[in-house]
Design a protein around this ligand. Structure first.
Ligand SMILES: [Zn+2]
Length: 389
């Protein structure tokens, strides 16, 4: 069996073919196909065969394997209608061709080699074997878009071996069988089996979106054409949302955001000062000696720790401090002398809590039901009784 691969002409959107048979994997094999099988960094085509959804397309030697949602309606010899998801295919053609132009110009400008390429669903990834700065990338992006705007033709052909030898073509890896050359006139000659547009203008736009150092070179995230436009839509929408929140023009968001961070730092500082003041006032009302049971609603985190330390200065006795949480109380037990862990463990057992500690301190959490006031009373009674024992 052999499948004639018609995606050489990337613009055939529908076609009538015949079922040749079924692969051992179950996949449908046709005499001819317009479905591009996954490979060369490009995703498999999507679409339908006689109304049945194509889930995956793979290549195996001379065969193109179509994996379908259902095989019930297919038999050897049946004529079928092929229908590819044109928008998805054209998106891939835009990305793929954009990469050729970019890589051809990158080689010309910086001598870089393309050492990795993948058209993902979200973004195209291109790896070069040399680091490129953002400044160099801006230059590269600009020249690529100039090449796109010149609308030069893109041709593909299978040269004879003696002709191939004379061609200065780029090749991502050693390709077996007939080598297909894709030429972007004036910009790039590359061995490739993927699908491309006919004129550079159809790429529309190429935008480099991300850059990271990768294996001694650089990895770029790129979008072309309608996918770039879609990305731009999302960026604009988000920028407008942020712009409205910050009451700042879209192109002036960074200073406005910096102001928000500055304000936040200043509020944090003010809160620390207020907490210090609050701690001072609270300490004035507390007995300096003996045992204390405190339910603390306001102080949190570092401020609570400072408060606890201040309460224990020169104290002969123990401190039990509780902070209300959404569904319970977190607590800290501290004592001036001895070991408080038995009290802690008994308390956890009595209130079904979780926690731990040793020596002079013990921390944990106890869950609380709906009646918070009742809970406070129960905690106080339990602790008072325990201490009296
Ligand atoms: Zn290609």
């Amino acid at each position: 069996m052999r499948t004639r691969k018609l995606y050489e002409d990337a613009y055939i959107k529908t076609h009538r073919a015949k079922v040749l048979g079924f692969h051992e994997s179950g996949a449908l094999v046709l005499d001819e196909t317009i479905f591009y099988p996954e490979g060369g960094g490009q995703l498999a085509d999507e679409g339908y065969i006689s109304g049945v959804r194509v889930l995956d397309v793979q290549e195996e030697g001379d065969l193109v394997l179509h994996y379908l949602e259902s095989y019930d309606e297919f038999f050897i010899g049946r004529e079928v209608d092929l229908d590819i998801n044109w928008q998805f295919r054209f998106d891939n053609m835009q990305q793929h061709t954009g990469e050729h132009i970019l890589s051809g110009i990158a080689q010309e400008l910086f001598g870089t080699k393309n050492v990795g390429f993948e058209i993902g669903r979200d973004m195209m990834r291109v790896d070069y074997d040399r680091e490129l700065s953002w400044q160099e990338l801006e230059d590269l992006e600009r020249k690529t878009n100039e090449a796109i705007s010149r609308n030069t033709p893109i041709v593909s052909f299978f040269p004879r071996p003696e002709v191939l030898e004379t061609l200065p073509y780029r090749s991502k890896k050693v390709i077996e069988g007939d080598i297909r050359i894709v030429e972007v006139k004036g910009y790039d000659i590359c061995a490739c089996k993927g699908t491309h547009v006919r004129q550079t203008g159809e790429v529309g736009l190429l935008k480099i979106l991300s850059r990271e150092n990768y294996k001694g070179g650089v990895r770029l995230g790129i979008l072309c054409g309608f996918k770039a436009l879609e990305y731009f839509h999302k960026l604009v929408w988000q920028s407008h949302e942020i712009s409205t929140s910050l009451c700042a023009p879209v192109l002036d968001l960074i200073p406005a955001l910096n102001q928000v961070f500055e304000d936040r730092e200043s509020i944090k500082k003010q809160l620390i000062l207020k907490d210090e003041e609050l701690i001072r006032l609270k300490l004035e009302t507390m007995e300096p000696q003996g045992n204390l049971i405190i339910f603390e609603d306001v102080l949190r985190g570092k401020s609570l720790k400072i408060y606890m330390a201040e309460l224990m200065v020169d104290r002969q006795g123990s401190l039990a401090i509780f902070s209300p949480e959404e569904d319970g109380y977190s607590f800290n037990f501290i004592t001036s002398a001895g070991d408080i862990s038995k009290l802690g463990k008994d308390f956890l057992a009595a209130f079904d809590g979780k926690g731990g500690g040793r020596g002079e301190s013990f921390q944990g959490f106890i869950p609380v039901g709906q009646d918070q006031d009742d809970m406070r009373k129960r905690i106080e009674e339990w602790l008072e009784k325990y201490i009296q024992q």
